[in-house]
Design a protein around this ligand. Structure first.
Ligand code: PLP
Length: 339
């Protein structure tokens, strides 16, 4: 990934070179290290009791994405020089931050066809979902209801007919909330057409920072949506064809196979999304989600194919169940003895 011009030119100079005339302490070089993970000593990755020989490939873009260097460039002045509180009404620092927040509001609104005054910033989609759903519940009367539907599913990529759902809600006069965290910047969104009352979005899924919104990410998402879509689809095809060419018995549904979302990755339970779709427990347990993003390369895809094939072959070699499947035995019909 290209490094941020500003990060390199400004931060490196100002934060890491000792200034003889300066009485300031030298800061840590964390920023410098952050953009150069390749310098990591190979045997240094020892985390949660697991020793990892090298940094693994990252194919979990639905969980979160790296910050686009262009977004970082746009953000840095607001961390280092223009760091006013937008609520400070009495000085330049406050005014310029306020202006930046208002610009951000306009750009988010523009990406989803909303009006800037309809945009409320939260820490992410989880908080937004909670505020929307719980907040609405409080004001709902007996004879009204709330409909909440995820626009694009974060495990299997299913796109819901949000416009039609919105129409039904309008007809029945029911408030409509949609979690569009995985839809933003990937498919066109128009809040008016969709007739949504409340929508949850998340900046860190579209190469913005975690925890807050960044307008530059929205502006870029609008500009790059078509290009990203084509490129990611091509990488997806490459991944699927690569795995299918070397492994039989791989079931692939449209976009991605899934081991569950980031929200449920701590649990050993199979994906509730797949279970709700009627997928058998063994299939749900053995599914993997690949999340490809703007900065994923063909080399990373090829490596992912190689590693996936290697691991699946190794597991199949070790598995007596796989041998039985190969012999044509339906393992679902086996009555297992209790011990
Ligand atoms: C559809 C969807 N909604 C909500 C979330 C949670 O978002 P955040 O991390 O911004 O709270 C995720 C994260 O994976 C998601 O995919």
């Amino acid at each position: 990934m290209a490094t941020s011009k500003l990060l390199v030119s400004t931060l490196r100079k100002s934060l890491t070179s000792p200034s003889p005339s300066s009485s300031f302490r030298r800061f840590s070089t964390a920023a410098e290290e952050a953009v150069a993970p390749a310098s990591e000593p190979e045997d240094s990755l020892n985390i949660k009791g697991v020793k990892i020989s090298a940094r693994p490939l990252y194919l979990d873009m639905q969980a979160t994405s790296p910050v686009d260097p262009r977004v970082l460039d746009a953000m840095l002045p607001y961390y280092l020089a223009r760091y006013g509180n937008p609520h400070s009404r009495t000085h330049l620092y406050g005014w310029e931050s306020d202006q930046a927040v208002e610009t951000a509001r306009c750009q988010v609104a523009d990406l989803i066809g909303a009006s800037p005054k309809e945009i409320v910033f939260t820490s992410g989609a989880t908080e937004c979902n909670n505020i929307s759903v719980k907040g609405l519940k409080g004001s709902i009367r007996r004879d009204t209801g709330l409909v909440s539907v995820m626009a694009v599913n974060n495990e299997i990529g299913v796109i819901q007919p949000i416009e039609e759902i919105g129409k039904i809600c309008k007809e029945l006069n029911v408030s409509f909330h949609t979690d569009a965290a995985q839809a933003l910047g990937k498919i066109p969104i128009d809040v008016d057409k969709w007739n949504v009352s409340l929508m949850s979005l998340s900046g860190h899924k579209i190469y913005g920072p975690k925890g807050s919104w960044e307008w530059a990410a929205c502006e870029l998402a609008k500009k790059e949506m078509e290009y990203d879509d084509k490129r990611i689809r091509a990488l997806q095809e490459r991944l699927l064809n690569g795995v299918r060419a070397k492994l039989d018995g791989v079931v692939v549904k449209d976009v991605a196979v899934s081991s569950g979302s980031a929200c449920t990755s701590a649990s050993l339970e199979p994906s509730y999304v797949l279970r709700a779709l009627g997928v058998d427990e063994d299939m749900a347990h053995t599914s993997i989600r690949f999340g490809i993003g703007r900065f994923t390369t063909e080399e990373e895809i090829d490596r992912a194919i190689e590693l996936t094939v290697q691991q699946v072959e190794k597991l199949r070699e070790m598995s007596p169940l796989y041998e039985m499947v190969e012999e044509g035995i339906d393992i679902k019909q086996i009555q297992w003895a209790q011990h």
